[in-house]
Design a protein around this ligand. Structure first.
Ligand code: IFM
Length: 758
């Protein structure tokens, strides 16, 4: 796509004209949110058919007997001018100032009783008051006259799988606040939404309807003079406050007294702190810089940074798709930027996994294994949310028994990988002692119980799994999975010895809590030595994705697509067109390189082989290719994949349904990986035993990349150009940090800037 049409500056993004009449995608892109709620970027008069929705975290509920998902609540920011429904398309503006988390838009109606009527709005989900969304609307006409507006709480909202409210009562308080009080369908969770508006003369009438409560106002407009209205919506659930009704009213009463510009200034302060913490900048490519920041914005608003008991959903809070729940995306895609820059947020996400250990233990036990097998789809409790039947065969209408839930075992070691990365970057041994070690031990115990010994080959093997490439279910010895399992066993034992040495009692206690014996530790060690992992072929250098993969039909994704009978067909197991071919849905061996780099010549050969066979149907895939291509010095390819990964939503490149299941919304993993592509990919950032290493491969058009990170408690700012690295320590905490580039290195021992040359 032509990015010129969407980026205005590196703070703001405009909805591309081709998406102006696509409220679903434009509503995703311009979403405002704060990790507690996400309010889609729809116009104030939008209703269900325009996908208006405010998705609230921690509100998991099942309304249709199949999908447990987050709820969307009645829309407290509804405002429409009576008698005007379609605006002049060419005069429509719609965008997102992501530097401040603010959605904006305007549209004009010609030939009204007041001449041309322009309605513009701006809206933000507050980072100061997480339950609140603030909206300002301006009305301006070219001629004087009277218009009627309807404003209030609209219950005609988008909900993906059924009506999540068994009851909904609408009322108006004596202060004039409108309130919708509901109880959810499955669990009777109270969810209350309130709305208030200021800026209009007294004298409205209240209109109660089956699906909402509104006030109707007649407004006298003077030609050319705007009328400005501020609206506040607050929403609270019984899971986050003791009395949602009182909390909502108190939010409204408090905020109504504060002018809009003050609320906006506070919002800007919060976002300024976020951008200052990362201080990331691509010099000489404003489009790339804009897309990077836009992606980081969406990663942030999907993250429940305010708590340690909630996950990042695969579609964030942009809608209910993927149940508002976490996948391995959280640890491998969303989390690393926090690990390196805001470790407190990374820790909260890991604590969420700690708090959901019981769900993982139950899942392992139900399948006949020990330890912790984390759910493929994880909501509030850590119980597996992934149904047995995820997709259906669109040709026959029959359900497909996908084994995402019970065969995709790499989720547990992936969480272990994130724990170890957190420790390597932060050195936070206290966290590992109190929480991380126990998780690692229980994950190792699961691996130990899942792995089989092949007496004939005298090695351990892992059979019947599903690796990252989800088309090939029932694979044996998937290289990614086996490597991750082996790594976790080895590193768990290594970390345990560090803790044992430092605090033997803590070590004994943790082993007891995890239910792991000393004898089992010996078995972990033996298993880690003998666990089979496909090695690069001595001649070709290729690594087989799983046993027998190279015997499958070799065909490109484009040629394979010609066999489709219906565009919506699911390509994978058991009868999809890709299953018996080498076409992969997403990075798998290439994914392994992102986490565990191999020698560059091996990575390059495998990258070239697998890249041609990868369909990238998963939005997770292009970003991984960008990182590995950059690490291999294939900078042009890396750049193309970077732009592609960051444009998944803006370019609307991924259809919202697959195999008959709705999976649309903001692709949060693709947003999360943007920071990693720039730092780990183009700068080649890696952790080393003594600090960090960089191996830059910058695109020709970029003159430098600068960013901040904190390593072992020392905050550093790095500026990486094609031939120079500048390191500035903003605070030195006493631990010397070695920064290396190839064979050159420098010790950071104080705050003076250090420079390395290629
Ligand atoms: O976790 C991913 C998976 O790898 C591919 N399908 C979508 C999931 C959620 O993003």
């Amino acid at each position: 796509m032509n990015h010129h049409e969407i980026w205005r500056d590196t703070q703001t993004l405009q909805v591309p004209p081709q998406l102006h009449d696509d409220p679903f995608n434009s509503g995703n892109i311009t979403l405002t949110g704060n990790g507690y709620l996400g309010y889609r970027g729809t116009f104030p008069d939008a209703r269900r058919k325009e996908y208006v929705a405010c998705t609230v975290s921690d509100s998991y509920d099942m309304a249709d007997g199949t999908w447990k998902e987050l709820c969307t609540v009645p829309n407290g920011l509804y405002l429409a001018v009576d008698g005007h429904s379609s605006c002049d398309a060419e005069k429509k503006k719609h965008g997102l100032q992501f530097s401040a988390g603010r959605t904006f838009g305007s549209c004009s109606f010609s030939d009204t009783a007041v001449g041309e009527l322009q309605i513009s709005f701006e809206r933000f989900a507050s980072l100061t008051d997480l339950h609140c969304v603030i909206q300002q609307v301006n009305l301006r006409s070219t001629e004087p006259g009277v218009i009627t507006i309807r404003q209030g709480i609209d219950g005609d909202i988008w909900s993906l799988n059924g009506n999540h409210f068994r009851s909904m009562d609408y009322s108006r308080t004596t202060e004039g606040f409108l309130v919708a009080q509901g109880k959810t369908t499955e669990t009777a969770l109270p969810l209350v939404t309130g709305s208030v508006m200021i800026g209009l003369p007294e004298g409205s009438r209240t209109l109660e309807q089956e699906q909402g409560i509104f006030t109707v106002h007649e407004i006298t407009l003077t030609a050319g003079e705007p009328v400005t209205i501020m609206m506040i919506m607050s929403t609270c659930s019984g899971n986050d406050v003791s009395d949602p009704y009182e909390s909502v009213l108190s939010d409204l009463a408090r905020l109504i007294a504060v002018p809009f510009y003050e609320l906006l200034a506070a919002q800007q302060d919060h976002w300024d702190q976020f951008w200052d913490a990362y201080d990331i900048h691509i010099e000489a490519d404003p489009e790339a810089d804009c897309l990077l920041r836009y992606s980081m914005y969406h990663n942030r608003i999907a993250t429940p940074a305010h708590t340690d008991h909630l996950p990042i959903g695969a579609r964030g809070l942009s809608c209910q798709a993927y149940q508002g729940a976490a996948f391995w995306d959280q640890e491998i895609y969303n989390m690393p930027m926090y690990t390196w820059v805001e470790p407190e947020t990374a820790k909260r996400l890991l604590l969420y996994r700690y708090k959901t250990l019981q769900g993982a233990r139950d899942k392992a036990a139900a399948l006949g294994y020990a330890g912790a097998f984390y759910p493929w789809i994880s909501g509030q409790s850590g119980k597996e949310l992934c149904p047995d039947y995820f997709f259906k065969d669109v040709l026959t209408g029959r359900k497909i028994r996908n084994h995402f839930n019970d065969w995709q075992i790499h989720i547990s070691p992936d969480i272990g990988y994130a724990l170890l990365s957190y420790f390597q970057v932060t050195g936070d041994l206290g966290f590992m002692r109190e929480h991380g070690m126990q998780m690692l031990l229980e994950i190792s115990l699961f691996i130990y119980s899942r792995v089989m010994y092949n007496t004939h080959r005298q090695r351990y093997e892992i059979l019947c799994v599903l690796g990252p490439d989800e088309y090939h279910e029932k694979a044996d010895n998937n290289t990614f999975t086996n490597y991750q399992c082996r790594y976790i066993l080895q590193e768990t034992l290594r970390l345990l010895e560090i803790i044992r040495e430092e605090d033997p009692d803590a070590c004994t206690r943790t082993l007891e809590q995890a239910g792991v014996t000393e004898q089992q530790l010996h078995s972990f060690e033996e298993m880690s030595r003998k666990l089979f992992v496909h090695a690069p072929d001595p001649e070709s250098g290729l690594i087989e994705q799983f046993d027998g993969y190279f015997d499958l039909e070799d065909i490109t994704p484009a040629a394979l697509a010609e066999r489709l009978i219906d565009d919506q067909e699911y390509w994978g197991w058991p009868n999809g067109i890709a299953y018996e071919t080498q076409v992969t849905k997403q990075a798998d061996v290439v994914q392994l390189f992102m986490l565990h780099p191999y020698p560059v010549d091996i990575m390059r050969k495998n990258y070239r082989y697998y890249e041609q066979r990868t369909q990238h149907r998963s939005s997770l895939s292009p970003g991984v290719h960008a990182i590995v291509a950059a690490n291999c010095g294939m900078t042009d390819q890396a750049y193309t994949y970077f732009m592609r990964s960051c444009s998944v939503d803006i370019g609307n490149t991924h259809p919202p349904t697959s195999g008959g299941t709705f999976i649309g919304g903001i692709h949060t993993a693709a947003c999360g990986i943007a920071w990693q592509i720039v730092t780990r990919g183009f700068c080649g950032l890696q952790i080393t035993p003594a600090g960090i290493a960089i191996t830059p491969h910058l695109p020709a058009g970029w003159s430098s990349i600068s960013f901040r990170l904190t390593i072992l408690g020392s905050p550093l700012k790095l500026t990486v150009s094609h031939d120079t690295l500048t390191v500035e320590a903003h605070q030195f905490n006493g631990t010397p940090i070695e920064v290396s580039w190839g064979l050159r290195s420098v010790q950071i021992t104080d705050c003076s800037p250090a420079i390395l040359h290629r």
